[in-house]
Design a protein around this ligand. Structure first.
Ligand code: C2O
Ligand code: CU
Length: 516
């Protein structure tokens, strides 16, 4: 504790206030709707905001009921049987303001256990949704009440943390508004990018079983064979060929699951989600990759995009033509609309498949071909190193108190994926202590990229642009090491895993554990 920065002391004080607020609030009943009357907004009061942009509890309570159940949904001309929250894919967004308490009663009408993980939210660990680590699984026919103060504004989402349920329709946005944000845009739209197989081709469980049995041989070339080659040419493909290149920024194999459909807001490109607007408007797009095994290359035809947030946290704005968003990542971008009809495209990176897309309609014009890829997609691409955090969310400079290696490996030709030599369950937790600045060296010793996600914390990408952009999920490219720094200010046991849901289920998970 003696090593705590003034910043974390300040935040701890705010959290204590939060805990007191919770006790008071829990004496009441579920109000059913958002309560705005309780108190003046604390978030608008500059003194109540910590420098890390953690917001003091507002006293407001937002309640929701969510029912996870089998259902049939229409992906825009293709009807599929799947699992979803309240029969919608993606589920209806939850929208709160930073500092609000969110109370969600989950009813499990699935035939199996489930939970909800609130991806990216720094919440108390009992609410984090990892069965066996943070809570008991929610059994079929039962309910679970989630309740927590949402501390940071931004674009988040939620999904189950049981098996490969995230690759069904069980997923929805969680948008946390910031009362203190200037809001330099006219309107905003949430776009959920997703790869679809459930109820159409193989089920996620079937895919997982096959991967556990056959590894990556299922998709054609075997990375297992390739890793033995040590850069030697072998049947026309070498390890060098598999490494990231300008044509394949994530490496030659960025995903092994063949999805029959890619959807934006639950709709296929042939019958897309449409944004109706007018020319000259600034539209904030909140992009969420909820895919199981697909990174997306994103672009808007005839538009540049200005990146303003990574995983919910603000960055100094940067304008690009295109970006790649890994599974679990979010970007907020702003576009200034032209006049006409424009494709908003999410192309599955490194996969030969029809892209997902939405449409932007601000005037007259023909609807572009559903498979057309905007030229922006081969234009200037965003890199993490081009981004810097804004001053409010940058960590203060500090030497790490502790450095831990997190080594990512493929085992047995992709039948298993390990962290530090073990699969989840056999893992040694990553031990840290409250108050420390911790550096994790995410060392990828495999030939696939891994979008690595840490629960309960938003880390900073170390070694670039000051203390680094804030994120909770970061793409670690083949054979690359990415170092991330986090402030150990949320005691508990926290999942750390690859957000390729198949890698995670085949072992690529561990636990970040605070000493008692
Ligand atoms: Cu969105 Cu543990 O994941
Ligand atoms: Cu992975």
């Amino acid at each position: 504790m003696s090593t705590s920065s003034p910043k974390s002391v300040h935040r701890r004080r705010l959290l204590q206030v939060g805990a007191a607020g919770l006790v008071l609030a829990s004496g009441g009943v579920y109000a059913g709707t958002r309560l705005l009357s309780d108190s003046p907004t604390a978030a608008g009061d500059g003194t109540a905001r910590a420098a890390t942009s953690q917001t003091a509890p507002s006293g407001r309570v937002v309640t929701r009921e969510l029912r996870a159940a089998p259902t049939t949904v229409d992906l825009g001309g293709r009807s599929v049987e799947t699992w979803a929250y309240d029969d919608a894919v993606p589920g209806k967004e939850i929208r709160v303001t930073a500092g609000d308490e969110l109370r969600v009663r989950l009813t499990n009408d699935l035939p199996v256990d489930t939970t909800i993980h609130w991806h990216g939210i720094a919440l108390p660990q009992e609410m984090d949704g990892v069965p066996g680590l943070n809570q008991d699984p929610v059994a079929p026919g039962s309910t679970f009440d989630y309740s927590f103060v949402v501390p940071d504004p931004g674009t988040y989402w939620f999904h189950p943390h049981v098996g490969v349920q995230l690759d069904t329709g069980l997923q929805a946005p969680l948008i946390v508004e910031d009362l203190a944000e200037p809001g330099d845009y006219d309107e905003e739209v949430v776009l959920v990018l997703d790869d679809w197989t459930d109820g159409w081709s193989d089920s996620p469980d079937t895919i997982l079983e096959r991967m556990a049995r056959e590894g990556m041989d299922m998709g054609g070339m075997s990375m297992g064979e390739m890793e033995g080659m040590e850069g030697m040419d072998h049947g026309g493909m070498s390890m060098d060929d598999a490494m990231p290149s300008p044509q394949a920024p994530l490496g030659a194999d960025s995903g092994d699951v063949i999805y029959p459909g890619h959807v934006v807001n639950g709709r296929l490109a042939t019958n897309p989600f449409v944004i109706n607007s007018a020319p000259g408007r600034r539209i904030r797009l909140r992009l969420i990759n909820s895919g199981g095994d697909t990174a997306y290359r994103f672009a808007v035809g005839d538009h540049r995009i200005t990146v303003t947030h990574t995983d919910g946290f603000p960055v100094e704005p940067v304008e690009v033509d295109t970006l790649i968003i890994g599974m679990g990542e979010r970007y907020d971008v702003v576009i200034t609309t032209g006049d006409g009809v424009f494709p908003i495209v999410a192309a599955p990176e490194g996969k030969d498949a029809a892209p997902g897309r939405a449409l932007l309609r601000t005037g007259s014009g023909a609807t572009p071909d559903p498979t057309a890829l905007p030229t922006e997609m081969s234009g200037q691409m965003l890199t993490y190193s081009a981004l810097a955090p804004t001053a409010e969310v940058a960590f203060e400079t500090r030497q790490p108190d502790r450095e831990l290696d997190v080594v990512l490996e493929m085992i047995d030709g992709g039948r298993k994926w390990f962290i530090n030599g073990a699969g989840f369950g056999d893992h040694d937790p990553l031990q840290i202590s409250a108050g420390e600045r911790v550096r994790l060296n995410l060392r990828n010793e495999s030939m696939m990229f891994h979008p690595m996600h840490i629960h309960g914390h938003t880390f900073a990408l170390a070694g670039q642009n000051g203390t680094g952009i804030r994120k909770d999920t970061v793409n670690v490219l083949p054979m690359e090491t990415v170092s991330v720094d986090l402030q150990a200010d949320n005691p508990g046991d926290w999942a750390v895993h690859c957000h390729n849901i198949y890698h995670a289920e085949l072992g690529m998970q561990t636990v970040l554990s605070y000493a008692p």
